[in-house]
Design a protein around this ligand. Structure first.
Ligand code: ZN
Length: 345
């Protein structure tokens, strides 16, 4: 099967590779149509590792995917050949304690596409458990279907925040996950979401959405902005989505007493944490690792029209131009939110 293979750090090739193709009784086979390029895919390309996950042998990239079912196993009842679907890339051990608790995203045995040593889906066809495959309504495109995965991270963050209608939120970091977290917070009932960054082009993309209020921290203080908007009370929820250790400097000043800090961005180094600042406000601190039980909600929100992710798709590349797509993504241009690769017609 032809696939986009990360041979080793810094070296991609589009070549034939042997991939599992047997459809088990609980599986479906999917002809891949669209795959989003994720920051994690790019990081494996440029750095060869993310934390403990190290690329030691050639690995197919890609985990944000949508396509069409071409075969179903004998036990599969909820899906049929021809259904348009998106897939949840992490498959846990179905008998594990974490899975039984409903927190299958933190199952130590989870196998996640394009996380070494598991192959991803930048290839024309994949086999996947039907239980982690979700039907797309007719009004949701394949391109939107491939956005469900990153949007599910935002929904996980909004869920962990336990938003109350009318809450005021802050999102630190205006990358794809920051914007999607802001949109999920609005869908979850926030009245306003301040979103901060150093990059004006990124903020201008967020500013297209009513309810997202851009704050350029090279020009204005986030703390002053939030304080004056809330009469000095502070935000109900602060989402940290930049992964920058500097974001933690004074972060509890943004929060109202009893508010929630939700950690979404994964810092690559250790972070100094103001524990007294958290304690005096009795702040609730939540963490987010991928998502669990949010793909169907993400699809529902997109289908309802309440969340429009189409403006976040910057450019679509042909499968044959996959390497060019990754080289473009590796540049990290501020106006690029999501690049996608199209395999299907
Ligand atoms: Zn992703």
């Amino acid at each position: 099967m032809l696939a986009l293979v990360l041979e080793r750090k810094g070296e991609l090739s589009l070549r034939e590779i042997d991939l599992p193709a047997t459809v088990g009784p609980d599986d479906v086979k999917v002809a891949i149509h669209t795959v989003g390029v994720c920051g994690s895919d790019v990081h494996y390309y440029t750095h060869g590792a993310i934390g403990p996950f190290v690329v030691r042998e050639p690995m197919v990239l890609g985990h944000e995917a949508a396509g069409t079912i071409t075969d179903v196993g004998s036990n599969v009842k909820n899906l049929k050949v021809g259904d348009r679907v998106c897939m949840e890339p992490g498959v846990p051990n179905m008998s594990s304690r974490a899975t039984k608790l409903g927190i299958y995203n933190v199952d130590p045995d989870v196998r996640f596409w394009a996380t070494p040593p598991v192959h991803g889906v930048l290839t024309p066809e994949v086999v996947h458990p039907a239980a982690f495959t979700y039907k797309l309504p007719d009004n949701v495109s394949f391109a939107e279907g491939a956005m469900v995965e990153p949007f599910a991270v935002g929904l996980q963050a909004a869920t962990r925040a336990r938003i109350t209608p009318g809450d005021v939120a802050v999102v630190i970091g205006c990358g794809p996950i920051g914007i999607m977290t802001g949109l999920a917070a609005l869908a979850g009932g926030c009245s306003r979401v301040f979103i901060s960054d150093l990059s004006e082009p990124k903020l201008q993309i967020a500013a297209q959405y009513s309810g997202l209020v851009p704050v350029n921290i090279t020009k204005q203080s986030l703390n002053d902005t939030v304080s004056s908007a809330t009469e000095g009370w502070g935000a109900d929820v602060v989402f940290e989505a930049s992964g920058s250790p500097r974001a933690y400097d004074g972060i509890f000043n943004l929060l109202r007493p009893g508010g929630a800090l939700v950690l979404v961005g994964l810092p690559v180094e250790q972070v100094a944490f103001d524990i007294p600042g958290a304690i005096v406000k009795e702040a609730r601190i939540e963490t987010v690792f991928r998502y669990a039980n949010n793909f169907d909600r993400a699809v529902n929100l997109i289908a309802s029209g309440k969340v429009d992710l189409k403006p976040l798709i910057t450019e679509t590349f042909d499968f044959k131009d996959s390497i060019a797509a990754f080289d473009r993504a590796a540049k990290g241009l501020p106006q690029d939110v999501k690049l996608q690769i199209r395999l299907g017609a």
